[in-house]
Design a protein around this ligand. Structure first.
Ligand SMILES: *Cc1c(COP(=O)(O)O)cnc(C)c1O
Length: 357
């Protein structure tokens, strides 16, 4: 007999929420059906809507911007810093207007954004910071876990993320009990009490099964992240000295969890194709920045608007990165990449006499 037949939310999801909130060092976690839903509800909970502006980066997965559009607000982009590949705080203040309602930095590739500077500017302008931590479960900024640095943290448990469900999943974390309470109501058709729909809500509930899977997998997250960091270090050692290659920044105060290991190289497509013929799969995250996507054509932001993001989009190449990688596999990728980057060996032309013979 099935003792717990709750297929959506229920005790397994509640137990996961408690463990994940504790993991993030926060009081509240609201489990949802995706990271996109988490970003959407974060903005909804802060009553951001039409006529408002939310500042984010163009170099991210497009869902960061979708959430802003879903509430009817306008995404305003700030370029990334070329070294950290996250929001450039030096360009943030110039993007703030009287319509700005929130700042939404992204911890891209598992690397925490420059939160001290972002939070300082946000505080000065009394703006809430929402963290898109969909790629950075467990990453730390000056020792503190991401997701808990701003007002609301948003996570995705899409299977490919550092903490992945057996299907779709997401969560929002916060220390603010009122925001958490509102998010709980909104994810369940706007009801705090059955049959009483206080506001227009959504069906953003996490499946009970995913809660059970995630609570078990959470126990392994730190070990998996440590493995990813060790792999990243081996890549960095194996690839150093290649002048044509841009490598991820390693900074003492940023504890990246290397969701992705992204290198930068001029002839990216040729290198990717060559690695593929050798059985090495690579990825592109992301080849087109959000402001150049057709869906955002109406913003009128053409090529050249955010040169650092555009340059990374053209040159980025994600090397294999997952906890189960072996040292041999990493060394193999480094060796094949070195060979692919080496200038073509120029064979001496046959001399006239050799040709005649
Ligand atoms: C994966 C991801 C999302 C969206 O999460 P889903 O669970 O796929 O909806 C949002 N932002 C970033 C940066 C992501 O990587």
């Amino acid at each position: 007999m099935c003792e717990n037949c709750t297929f959506t939310l229920g005790p397994t999801v509640r137990a996961f929420e408690e463990s994940f909130a504790e993991y993030c060092g926060l009081r509240h976690c609201v489990a949802l059906n995706s990271g996109t839903s988490a970003l959407h509800l974060a903005l909804r909970c802060l009553d951001i809507g039409p006529g408002d502006e939310v500042i984010t980066v163009p170099m991210t997965f497009v869902a960061t911007a979708w959430a802003i559009s879903y509430v009817g607000a306008r995404p305003v982009f700030v370029d990334i810093d070329p070294a950290t590949r996250t929001m450039n705080p030096a360009e943030l203040e110039a993007a703030i207007t009287e319509r700005t309602r929130a700042i939404l930095p992204v911890h891209l590739y598992g690397q925490p954004a420059d939160m001290d500077r972002i939070l300082r500017i946000a505080a000065k302008h009394r703006l809430p910071v929402i963290e898109d931590a969909a790629q950075a479960h467990g990453a730390r900024y000056r020792g503190r876990r991401v997701g808990g640095l701003g007002r609301i943290g948003c996570f995705s448990f899409y299977p490919g993320k550092n903490l992945g469900a057996y299907g779709e999943g997401g969560a929002l974390v916060t220390d603010d009990p009122e925001l958490a309470d509102k998010a709980r109501a909104l994810r369940d058709h706007g009801q705090r009490q059955k049959h009483r729909h206080e506001m227009i809500g959504f069906n953003y509930r996490m499946a009970g099964f995913q809660g059970a899977v995630l609570r078990i997998k959470l126990r392994y997250l730190d070990d998996w992240n440590a493995a990813r960091r060790a792999h990243a270090q081996r890549y960095l050692d194996g690839l150093k000295g290649l002048s044509r290659l841009g490598l991820p920044l390693v900074d003492q105060k940023l504890e990246s969890v290397f969701h992705l290991f992204v290198i930068e190289v001029e002839d990216r497509d040729r290198i990717a194709a060559r690695l593929k013929t050798e059985g090495i799969e690579s990825g592109l995250h992301y080849p087109v920045p959000v402001h150049l996507q057709p869906a955002y054509g109406e913003l009128g932001l053409g090529p050249g608007s955010f040169p650092v993001s555009e340059r990374l989009a053209q040159r980025c190449l994600s090397l294999p990165m997952f906890p189960e990688l072996t040292d041999e596999q990493i060394d193999h990728v480094c060796a094949r990449l070195r060979a692919a980057l080496a200038p073509p060996v120029s064979r001496p032309l046959p001399s006239a006499t050799q040709v005649r013979r």
